[in-house]
Ligand binder design. Sequence first.
Ligand SMILES: [Zn+2]
Length: 174
Amino acid sequence: MNFNNNTQTYPAENELDERDGRYLRKAIVWSHAARRRGNRPFGSVIVSASGEVLAEAGNSNTETGDCTAHAEVNALRALAGRNISREELAGATLYASGEPCVMCAGAIFWSNIGRVVFGIDAERLRVFRGERQDQRDAELSCRDVFRASPHRIECIGPALIDEASAAHDGAWKA
Ligand SMILES: [Zn+2]
């Protein structure tokens, strides 16, 4: 894909209400924390319908050597054993500083979380990732995964693009 092409169309930015903005910014704070610790700059926060933060995490790929340690998966794993019902998770929102990858979208599906709000989208992320094979993602959007789900998963994003992009500036190998 050629990102220097001016005809490239990028997804438009979504407006967020105050609450969604607050929690997405919290996920962005985690993305900076992950980068400071040497990991990919991604963060995620899971919030219940009543506004309780259920879990929050950054990417820990480098620290753990675990290729599945994406921020969303780390946050979802932090829910394990907490006796949070599927009904409660259906009303919860997962905030992600970057658009969830195919693996994370699948994990979100299995969690039964019913709503996702993300910052920078995969297309814009690919500009930062560049053409290096070890940094490229599988080009299937999270919305395609969610659309295949038998239960509804609402998806909002991209949003706060500039703020969510900042952690990626200079974070990927040229
Ligand atoms: Zn992921």
